[in-house]
Design a protein around this ligand. Sequence first.
Ligand code: C2E
Ligand code: MG
Length: 550
Amino acid sequence: MDDDAGLFRATFHDSPIGIAILDEVGHYRDVNRAFAHILGLEPSEVVSRNFAEFTHPDDLPRDIELLSQLARKEFPYYVTQKRYLTSTGEVAWVRITVTRIEDAVRTPSQYFIAQIEDVTEVRKAREALEQRAMYDALTGLANRALLMDRIAAGLSSHADRATTVALIFLDVDDFKMVNDSLGHEAGDHLLTILAQRIQGAVRRGDTVARIGGDEFVILLEGVRGPGDAEALASVITRAVQVPVTISDHEVVPTVSAGLAVGEPDSTAEDLLRDADTAMYSAKQSGHARLRIYDTKLREIAVSKLEIEEDLRKALREGELRVAYQPVVNLLSREAMGYEALVRWSHPLRGELLPEEFIAIAEQANLVVAIGSLVTHEACDFLARHRSFAGKVFINASPKQLGTASLAHTLEVAVSESDVAPERVCVEVGEAGMIRTSRAADSDLDSIRELGHPIILDDFGSGSGALATILDKPVSGIKLSDRFTRRLGDGATGDKMSRGIALLANELGLLAGIKGLETEAQLAIAIHHGWTIGQGFLFGHPVHEAELGLA
Ligand code: C2E
Ligand code: MG
């Protein structure tokens, strides 16, 4: 018997699993080394102290309740996970099984035996997994799931207070350009730096999340209204706009920002959508802007959405058609070509001009389908009128260049209609030419190699026009009608028109001028050296049947 008791004591003390014997009020009667070790102590330092001294305060009420239920014999034992605070103040997670035993001889007659297994490492591994599910791997910021939880929690905790939550939706300007020209690693590097800058600019308690490639969202807690939130937003955007060197290139990052402030009845989804809408509107009005959400923006967004839906239907049901405007030799006034301009016969709203839908189509990625339709239609136009030996001009959106491969679309259209590629000119707006990626550049090269003249449309309307001529395979320009309107001013307007015409001719480029409406403008344009042109003076864009072509 004594041997058995000795064996038991040895097992108790040397067991790799912690064991503790507690009395009815939770004092340790005896503990083994493994348990003391979890607490960072020797057994003698633990014995006779109460379990409450070592238990994490958040777990204590529940532990007391469980022990008293066990004492009342509501169950024979229980298993749970709990936290101890170790001698160094760290948290140790354990899995604990507590059993009630009765001693018929001694008083008190009731004891508890606890078996305690250290699961801190398991817990840590699980937390790391949870971290991965809730946080963005690249930047360590919250991900969308965590953000949505926090917004919802923020909205409900502020529901009956004078303050509310606000969201700032940030989208990095021209991020695609960094990614395309410097590579994905450089892009990732930039995102990481921006994440740190944003995190460094917010207050404690605010949540910074990355919810998409280059989209960051900041949840601001406890704001009194748009003024507060706007001030915080400008602190953040200023922190972002510090030059940074990425792959040996100095980049000055900017962000477009949308701000939405929580209303009493907002949901997390509403708030995120509103901040996104505001960001989109900020981006439309240029780079590095901040826009505050108001209901008018929502109305615009909704009508855009309607147009987008209608446009998909229009493409399916053939509501889009092409009008042609003559492009003439200024001296002979004869049409040397026709510009193909898309029109939408909307069943309810009548004929819509491109300005009402092209921008939306670009954003909804429908512009590639529209462009393809116009390209095929314009090539067929040439095929249908074999007696006309001139050119067609089609307008290409930058979205059609690159992965969408306008070169391929042209190749197919030209071969199906059996027309010469040099008769199909591609107009790209100046703005669209500047912001091209490597893929778009190589598409432009292919288009040129196929034999299509590339025309820089709206020349002089933006910045970088001259550099574009220098860098891209351009065969001609069409002068923006902003200059045409200034013809005859005897000053800057005239000088610029003459200078640009001279430059275009000198470079052997097709020199086209747009928006000619009067005989006086025509005379001056010829005098300045413009050779081809278009405008209401020669003809409006009309249906092909009205052109009088054979
Ligand atoms: P754009 O390339 O500058 O086309 C010329 C625009 O000027 C046309 O407007 C035309 O109607 C207008 N216009 C022509 N002559 C005169 C004139 O004497 N005075 C004035 N004030 N305006 C004149 P439209 O048809 O509304 O097209 C607007 C823009 O939409 C085009 O500008 C072009 O950038 C774009 N667009 C048209 N069709 C397409 C298309 O198929 N695809 C793409 N991506 N864009 C297109
Ligand atoms: Mg054009």
